[in-house]
Design a protein around this ligand. Sequence first.
Ligand code: ATR
Length: 919
Amino acid sequence: MSLLIISLKSSSFFELRQQVRQAAALADWIEIRLDLMPNESISDLMSLSQLTTLPILWTLRTTGQGGAFEGSSTEYLARLRELLTWNPAWIDLEAWVHLEDYQTLVELSPQTGWIVSWHELAPFSQNLENYYQQLIRLPATYYKLALFVHTAVDSLRLLDFAKEKNQQVSSLCVIGLGKQGQSTRILAPVVNCPFTYAALSKKRKTALGQLTAYELLKTYHWRDLNSQTQLFGLIGHPVHQSLSHLTHNAVFKEAHLNAVYIKFELDAKDLSPFLVQFQQLNGQGLSVTMPFKEEIVQFLTEPIPYLTCNTLAWKNQCLVGTNTDGIGTLNALGIPVEDEKVLILGAGGAAKAIAQTAVQQGAQVAILNRTPQKADQLAKQIGGKSGSLKDFKTFQKAGFHLIIQATSAGMGNHDTPIPPDQLDSNSRVIEVIAWPEETQFLKNARKIGCETISGREVFIQQALEQLSYWFGSQLDRLLVEKTLRRKIEESTVCVRESQLQGNLRLPASKSHSIRAILLATLCQGISSIQHLLLDSPDIQVALQASQQLGGQINYTTDSVTIQGVAGHPHLSSKIIDVGNSGQVLRFAGALAALSSQEVILTGDLSIRTQRPVQALIEGLHQLGVETLSIAKNGYAPYLVKGPLSPGKVTMNGKDSQPVSALLMAAAFVEGITTIQVMQAGEKPWLQLTLSWLDRLHVNYTHQGLEYFKIQGQPIRAPFQTTIPGDWSSAAFILVAALITHSTVTIEQVPFDDVQGDQAIVPLLQQLGAQISVDREKGELTVHPSPPLKGGIIDVNAIIDAVPILAVLGCFGIEKLILVNGAIARQKECDRLHCIVKELKKMGAIIEETADGLTVSPSSLHGAIVKSYEDHRIALALIVAGLATPEETLVQSTACIRKSYPHFVQQLQELGACIDEEIA
Ligand code: ATR
């Protein structure tokens, strides 16, 4: 078993103490680099041992060995002698020390263990045995050989050497310094190295090419690796953009396969020696990317039926291969392409494999390329038509409506091979580029109403085929597909202490957007909605629900028009899947009840377990609707069969959405409906719904938002609207600016809107925040403010602000007590419980009460925290990370797309140190 040593350095003793605590949660040992902390006394540093039960390794790396200690050899030994008076657990000793000097040191503290090390940045030498002999001159428990490696082949050679030396006793640790040497760190347990080193965070790397402990443990499942582990990897140039190491390793873990997958950047000249070395280390398979897909074919021992190869495997000592690009792309389509007219854009490696596979499956293929000669050549090879990208329209007219985008245009930029006006809305479009998730080409296609399949789907199908090629029937394909999908949809945000500065505009309000879409669906005629939050999955499901209710949608740049059903939904589907949207779950259900057709509303796991529909079911029932929770547990899936009639309802309104849902439905049914709300809560959201009824000229009265009388009618005129910015999102920006003592201005603030979360501004001001409000200009500016006061806050009316107020409380000078917020437990997750759990990981002094939180001033530090797939938890934790001295990793942040898709990008533009990557 190999040990994980986290190597620490810091500019302050205080931070180092925090790092020791953080490292203790992940490491087996901790290394303190004395040479990187020259201003601290040994006695202070030694006190760190009291913070952890883990052994500490003390290292004083000299400049000659790549460290920062500039003293002479005499000074080096003197410093070690001083250290030894404290009986340290382990010391790293550089191998140039004379044997006699070493023996004297050993006698000073017989309990101390020794690692003899040698570091070299000079060009890699083949003669590893010489280095080894130099090391073992000094008898020690462990030896460490760290050499700079320029190629992946050298890295594998080092590993092979360690494997041989560690056969009997695990005593030699090899490290390939530099980016090309990362495999030596990952594969330490595979070649029986006694340990390897990792950094606590990306910012704190202590050696070239060092990985973080998080990467080793979470990405490579380092603790599961051993001498039996099978090796897989990716070869190409460049490989940094590929995320296959994240997906494939996740599959290995999930499928209990003793295997690991590593990316290797290679030069063409290294291909041949690499294949030899890789196989020697139990290499079983490789993914191949550009520029080797054609070149690699010559290394295969058996011919393959493809022009290019993207998958290699060693089977019975023979190197065999296949290409999964084509089959992956066509599988993503979900239906056979036999007799289809398929138009492929591009004539590179990916296009070749796809064209060939499509022809094999019986499709008629045409290839269009920027350089038409290459398209002609490929068309000749496979038997198809060809042309230039400029011929696109002609081919569409000739019936080529299945379009596969296989050029590299749009990879990391906004290029598109075809201008938007060329696309036909009845085309089906597949994108091969997986990152970004939606290329400009795909966005254009989606907006004009084409059916689109993203590159992520293609990647998943391609990877599934590749993994099946390697593992055959051993693999549960369903499990693999699920894991790939989960991994790809997930992302992690890495945040560091930051200062912000600048202006921004808030995202469009999700609540207004959803109400606008669903109400437009019920109106008569065409409504137009500008500035929609189109990138949010909740808005996507609202639009889909609109179509399922009979709405006809047309897209333009950031707006849609909806032709409504004049109060009479005609359902085109038996199931409405609301994804993760609680609002669509309730609103679409009530509106569907205006029809006499039966429909089932369901959603993801959080919808089915966290978002009750019982109050809505009871309300609908009183209006003559047949409705029930199918599992009889008060949650979705739930069935609705109208028609809804006007009448009298008494319902629970702790959660405001069921009440809003009935208000909206009642507006479209002929006659008078009254709603008596018991335990009415979240009243500002009801106010927001009423503002929509006003816009639709609905006649209604209410008493204190607890009793409503609505005069309904099916026919209502359409409307034109621009969705205002989202006040719930503003809270995250305001708090981010406050806790980082920054100056940030929010523009186009909807001061005149009814959104209840506006109340956040006076609340923060009351706590001492310096926020200037310019209603005329529509601007809010946060100025650096003294730490905020505390107090008791009733959060019922600003319930979505609970997680971010919890963060704010940690940075105050007094206790902040949030009350009347029990409904926060029934959002995407139990927000009271989850925010407490995660902020505690960051050192917060915070407690959960039955209906709120008690937050004390705390000194937060970085940590690995998670969102529970709840956007407001994710956003709050990211904000917390902006004001902590150590790096914070927030896992599962894809959910922020729900309400604030461009949050990370906006923070980056304000100067935040923040990166988004998939988990
Ligand atoms: P891959 O292996 O990913 O297919 P490749 O072999 O380098 O990569 O092929 C890239 C393809 O994208 C080519 O068809 C290329 O067109 P050319 O043959 O004219 O070079 C196409 N391509 C790259 N950038 C493009 C752009 N901006 N617009 C249109 N086509 C582009």
